[in-house]
Ligand binder design. Structure first.
Ligand code: PGA
Length: 253
């Protein structure tokens, strides 16, 4: 099977002022290998999108994305940002991150409406899925991943599915310092690929599956080598330019 170009995405979460965000983007740009084989993506907070975009100087090696959006296009929803408001500011939007699912009680149905709004705004969704520790211990990983991925992807058009990226992020591995086991990641990728192929009607090979959860520059070479994985969604390490660029460099090996 042809493998898609890897994507290394840095999720800055709720960190950094506008000035700090722009400085980090500049630092990352200066440390990037000339022409990395991976596509690089920064997901700063909404407040930093403009400044980070400006700091990136339209460098074609680095794309920009948002960490979340509201599902409606506009309206009386105080404090929210819609996907259509993000268009022109960035190319990607992350939906379904486990911190959104768990801290803000976002259900599969909510994540789906957000993903559809991202597609409608002509942006590319990154759908995050992953089992909790409790679900893993109960042997429910395959069921949970299949349910979350189906809820996100089934019923979309072929073109829409092909615009998506799926990120496997076991909830228990996020911020824990211990990434998931390679065999488990490979199995998760196999399960997710089945849903992607079903949703894309057999031609979804271009849809990338990322791994996320305690990825570091040290663990990246092996994690990125797991069969079926085409990149990483990086949290903590993406706030340090040297570490993040080390992960990008790992995709060149
Ligand atoms: P982490 O976070 O790399 O800090 O574990 C990953 C994520 O939440 O996307």
């Amino acid at each position: 099977m042809r493998t898609p170009r890897p994507l290394i995405a840095g999720n800055w979460k709720m960190n950094l002022s506008v000035t700090e965000g722009a400085a980090l983007a500049t630092d990352i740009l200066s440390r990037l290998p000339g022409l990395p084989s991976a596509e690089v993506l920064l997901l700063p907070p909404f407040t930093c999108l403009s400044a980070v975009g400006a700091a990136l100087l339209a460098d074609s090696r680095v794309a920009l994305g948002a960490q979340n959006c509201h599902w409606a296009e506009s309206g009386a929803v105080t404090g929210e940002i819609s996907a259509s408001m993000l268009s022109g500011l960035c190319q990607y939007v992350l939906v379904g991150h486990s911190e959104r699912r768990h801290l803000f009680h976002e259900t599969d149905a909510i994540v789906r409406t957000k993903l559809e709004s991202v597609l409608k705004a002509d942006l590319c969704p990154i759908l995050a899925v992953g089992e909790t520790d409790e679900e893993r211990r109960a042997g429910l990983t395959a069921e949970v991943l299949t349910r979350q991925a189906r809820a996100g992807l089934l019923g979309l058009t072929h073109e829409e599915v092909c615009r998506c990226t799926v990120a496997y992020e076991p909830v228990w591995a996020i911020g824990s310092g211990a990434a998931a086991d390679f065999t488990d990641i490979g199995e998760a990728a196999r399960i997710l690929r089945l849903v992607i192929e079903q949703a894309a009607r057999g031609e979804g090979y271009g849809v990338r599956i990322l791994y996320g959860g305690s990825v570091t520059a040290e663990s990246a070479p092996s994690l990125l080598g797991v069969e079926g994985i085409a990149g990483a969604l990086v949290g903590g390490a993406s706030l340090r330019a040297a570490d993040f660029c080390g992960i990008v460099a790992a995709s060149d090996r």
